[in-house]
Design a binder for this molecule. Sequence first.
Ligand code: NAD
Length: 484
Amino acid sequence: MEQTKLDILRNFIDGTWEAEPDLMPAINPATGEKIAWLPKSSRETARRAIAAAKQARKGWASRPVWDRAAMCVAIADKIDGKREQIARVLSTEQGKPLPQAIGEVAKAADGFRLAAELVKQLGGETPPAEDPSKLVITIRQARGVYAVITPWNYPVNIPTEYLAPGIATGNAIVWVPAPTTSMAAVELMRAIEEAGLPKGVVNLVLGEGATVGDEIVVHPDTNGIGFTGSAATGRRIAERGAGKPMLLELGGNGPVLVFEDADLDKAADAAAVGAFSNAGQICAATGRVLAHRAIAEPLARKLVERAEREILGDPLHQGTTMGPLNNPKVAAKVREHVDDAVANGATVLTGGKPRPDLGSDLFFEPTVVTGVTRDMRINREETFGPVIPILSFDDDEAALDLALDSEYGLSVGVFTQNMDRALRFGEAIPAGIVNINASSTYWEIHLPFGGGSGTKSGIGRLGGRLTLEAMTELKMITITRTGA
Ligand code: NAD
């Protein structure tokens, strides 16, 4: 009975919205209420989506580049036209405050426009050959069918990072979004459909990653993988999809280093932005603050001040700056990390508790913890919540040692007035991004983004032309002059 009262989401396969018999509930994280039913799709459904993409890929790849670019602009226009509508769904289902959701949707439209611009410049080369009878050209071609799997923290922007370059370069796509943000995925898919993308070029399959995500990774008819999510799932995908070209954008535990000569207000502002935006559920979040002992206390006071300025509440209420965490799994991890730190001698300076009185037990207070040591989970693992653990160091050597003592290497912030030192740290830390005197989260969509080699943060680089290059094959063609 209850199922009939709520919207039942559908998959989008070969240009048609298809119902699936098995359903699971979509939950509003701010209230705990069921807000829709979503498909728990089968492997067979994923296989039909792959077949549709395979059918569509040749026709789409052979369309003129300018047509594909125009399609990306049309999608961007549709997204802009539905900005408020998509953002409301995103905010309700993901938990981020509405203004942040509106910003995310606006950025997605930018992402489609950027892909449209860049694909027009995606050329090959004509390298010289030693053999004088040869003319060598290289061209870039779509890889074919892309398996795209995305997480719930930026459920409109992260898919755009693959869908826009994928569509622009002539790939066909099967997209599996995170179940807890399926409604936002449907909204984005509708904008793409309404822009007039030919059937089968993008197919949306809703359901559990371990079933439909796994199917699109292992299936022999998918030719490339774009995955953003946790390091554990990324490793599994690397194994299951071995041999396919893949972009893996995984977790982080970004340190922000604050030296004794830093501007403490700016450092505190940046660390707070890095730790509290999106309730800390950002891969490039400020996962830990490493502070020189001489300024650790005043910095901690400033961080407490900023934490206490956050307004935790319903993401659709005006004035809310932080909403609930997205799902029980992430909320449990945040609580466990704080409890583990306290049990091992750390001190919570502010926050540290869930706030079920605000509407659901997924609300967690913005938190600052001091007295954190190396072995605590809050330092070693990605917390993915609104928590700033502070560790102290006495000199540059100890700072570097702390920064290097991590399995992750995604994004780092370094606060100092000493540019020599800043560059030394920038070069020494094996992360994909080092922001000097800025938040660990600073990035723009045309710039390189990805994990450092030898870390658990991923393989490859997203951003601007780099994604278009990654999603295309570089083919060499040689022409031999026959002298005829
Ligand atoms: P997750 O790995 O649990 O899930 C990510 C996606 O993978 C979901 O769509 C899920 O359904 C799917 N999935 C799960 N198991 C699968 C399997 N066996 N095979 C195929 N697909 C499977 O991650 P999450 O909790 O949704 O997202 C949070 C994580 O994502 C954090 O670790 C965060 O740091 C990371 N992340 C990284 C970036 C980046 O760009 N580096 C950006 C955002 C989030």
